[in-house]
Design a protein around this ligand. Structure first.
Ligand code: AGP
Length: 642
């Protein structure tokens, strides 16, 4: 994540930067900083912690400036400290920049620049780019000639061409006080076009008080932003003509990125979250253990993995259990945190304990960590989203979920990050324990997952349409086999939390041992039926339920030619292996639960007798009053009590 803001124009810039950063704080709050051009010099102020720390530290300062950039950080490379806070500069201190994203090849570039004499002040990947621009700048400015803005632009583009990974960058130089340069690859960057002033930011709320006219910089584009003009080119410097659009949202809508709820915004953020999760972790056909919190562990000495979590995190752990055993060939168990704390666990020197939590504050998960520690000083890894949370202080090793702040109480993108992270960990184990596993296919699928999920999001209209059929249902079953059982559990969790419709998940083969008794004509059953080892078994289970007149909604894969004969409704998601299909079906079920809830709300709000009209995604301008999707009744985002 991380939030960026920049301004050039006639106004005093500091208040604009600070208020912009406050609006972007949801993107990270490990540290904040600003760089301003004042009296022809760059002045930088940065502080560890929330933006309020930076604001307080600047209260007595009178800094006159009309050009500047700011940043709020969600730490990835380098700890949370003042020195790792952005902005960062080159050796001369004349080039300054802020960054959102990860430079995957920063290490190699840094080593090369170090041999050329560059000195680094921080542990960040970002600072490396400032030095790389400096290096390119020295190359393009002819000896004896004064550098021009065109030289600086050329150096900026040359540096960006060498960078691998995703980024959005905003940068300026003391030598060229008239302009801010901006560049984007994947991570968002929006240019706000004002009257005699221009802005740039990671998200609309930061620029909305000054203009509603915006251009979303595209991947591979760079911009030169002056107070009276904006020029866009590609990375080679070829001019690109661009069209602005007018924002019609109010401030509250803008914080949700124009989406009606945080939940649907967060679902849409999942592909980019997984880009971050996967970044730097699959290299040269293998999984890197360093940022997974597993490096240096002698995996041969680990006989059991105990996975701990609550709610959706527990379902992620159950998925992890299947993969640790199947791929990693190590015994694995999942415990609900609330149960483990009263359990007599068998934990010894050969056990690896992994606790999973979005908030890092869930009381039951924290208590289960204490229980594990009491039982044996075992190795403890925490998979956690919230930096600086209690859990990060309780574990020996931390693996960050990198999902960014999740505001909706019902977890979506953080859950997707959990299951993807656990899949990477299981493959990391496989490298030692299961050399016979054909890993490459899974690595390729994981690498392509962000794009696969982007394709899956294109099913949104169809899923929305289909969901109207289910809004009056009282109850539902979700079934899946093998790795799709935990996936079914998470599907019911979303439907229950959001729509308040009762739902239960079962391994498909279990229905005949009891739950079948509930099934009656029209009873909805959501069936997870990816292609794979258990596909035919699933078809048999579906037939059994159809014989009892159940209503079947199948979540199957593109190219499946049989399923339509067995189901009332089918959603065809992009094809993948059974194991990876879980990430894809999860997204489908999140969208399904969201639209069932939204339309159920519209339906309750509309007076009887009026013909129901349900707006499709992209046309939703108001939200139903009867259901609070982002804050479901009786729940809290972080459950800090037992
Ligand atoms: C998920 O949608 C839930 N709101 C809930 O089950 C959550 O996953 C659980 O409370 C655990 O929270 P944590 O990940 O912050 O520990």
């Amino acid at each position: 994540m991380c939030g960026i803001v920049g301004y050039v124009g006639p106004r005093q810039v500091l208040p604009i930067l600070l208020s912009g950063l406050s609006k972007l704080e949801y993107r990270g709050y490990d540290s904040a900083g600003v760089a301003l051009l004042s009296d022809d010099r760059i002045k930088i102020f940065k502080k560890k912690g929330k933006i309020v720390n930076l604001i307080t530290s600047l209260q007595d300062k009178d800094i006159r400036s009309t050009l500047g950039i700011g940043h709020t950080r969600w730490a990835t490379h380098g700890g949370v400290s003042d020195s790792n806070a952005h902005p960062h500069t080159d050796c001369s201190g004349k080039i300054v920049l802020v960054h959102n994203g990860i430079f995957e090849n920063y290490y190699e570039v840094k080593a090369e620049l170090a041999t050329l004499g560059h000195k680094f002040q921080s542990e960040t990947d970002t600072e490396v780019l400032a030095h790389l621009i400096e290096h390119e700048y020295q190359k393009v400015v002819p000896l004896g000639l004064a550098p021009t803005l065109a030289h600086f632009e050329q150096a900026f583009r040359a540096a960006l061409r060498q960078v691998e990974g995703g980024y959005s960058i905003v940068c300026f130089s003391q030598d060229h006080p008239e302009a801010i340069l901006a560049g984007r690859m994947h991570n968002p960057l929006i240019i706000g076009i004002g009257q005699g002033e221009n802005l740039v930011a990671s998200d609309v709320p930061a620029i909305l008080p000054y203009t509603k006219e915006v251009y979303n910089l595209q991947s591979g584009e760079v911009a030169t932003i002056k107070s009276n003009s904006v020029k866009v080119t590609d990375l080679e410097g070829h001019a690109i003509s661009f069209q602005t659009r007018t924002i019609t949202w109010n401030a509250e809508q803008a914080e949700k990125g124009g989406y009606p709820h945080f939940l649907i915004k967060e679902i849409h953020e999942t592909p980019n979250v997984l880009r971050q999760v996967l970044s730097g972790r699959i290299i040269d056909h293998h999984v890197e253990g360093a940022t997974l919190g597993l490096d240096g562990l002698d995996l041969r000495k680990i006989r059991k993995v105990t996975l701990l979590g609550c709610g959706s995190a527990a379902y992620a752990c159950l998925y992890g259990k299947y993969l640790f055993e199947r791929w990693g060939r190590v015994t694995a168990e999942m415990f609900y945190g609330s149960e483990f704390r009263y359990h007599e666990p068998v934990i010894d020197g050969e056990t690896l304990v992994i606790a999973v939590s979005q908030s890092g504050e869930t009381a039951d998960t924290l208590a289960s960590i204490h229980k594990a520690k009491e039982s044996h000083p075992a190795r403890l890894v925490g998979i956690v989203n919230a930096h600086g949370s209690s859990m990060t202080r309780e574990v020996d090793r931390i693996c960050h979920l990198q999902a960014g702040p999740e505001i909706s109480v019902a977890s979506t993108k953080a859950f997707s990050s959990m299951i993807t992270t656990l899949a990477l960990m299981a493959l990391y184990f496989a490298q030692t324990n299961n050399p016979g596993l054909a890993m490459q296919g899974f690595l390729d699928e994981l690498s392509a997952l962000p794009e696969t999920l982007e394709k899956t999001l294109q099913l949104e209209d169809q899923i929305a349409q289909l969901s109207t059929f289910y809004i009056h249902k009282q109850s539902a079953y979700y079934i899946g086999r093998d790795v799709n059982y935990p996936c079914a559990l998470e599907g019911t969790q979303k439907l229950k939390e959001l729509s308040y419709i009762h739902a239960e998940a079962y391994p498909a083969g279990e229905l005949k041992h009891g739950p079948n008794a509930v099934i009656h004509a029209g009873f909805p059953i959501v069936c997870l039926v990816p292609q794979g080892r258990v596909y035919k078994k699933m078809l048999s289970n579906i037939q059994e339920m159809r014989a009892r007149e159940a209503h079947i909604l199948a979540i199957a894969q593109a190219g499946d030619t049989q399923i339509a004969k067995h189901a009332d409704h089918v959603i065809y998601q992009p094809a993948s292996s059974e194991e990876i299909s879980v990430m894809v079906s999860t997204l489908v079920m999140q969208l399904f639960a969201y639209y069932v809830t939204l339309y159920k709300g519209f339906s309750i709000d509309q007076p009887e007798g009026i013909q129901k009209v349900y707006p499709m995604p992209g046309h939703i301008t108001s939200v139903p009053k009867s259901i609070d999707i982002d804050k479901p009744r009786n729940l809290a985002k972080s459950v800090t009590v037992e």
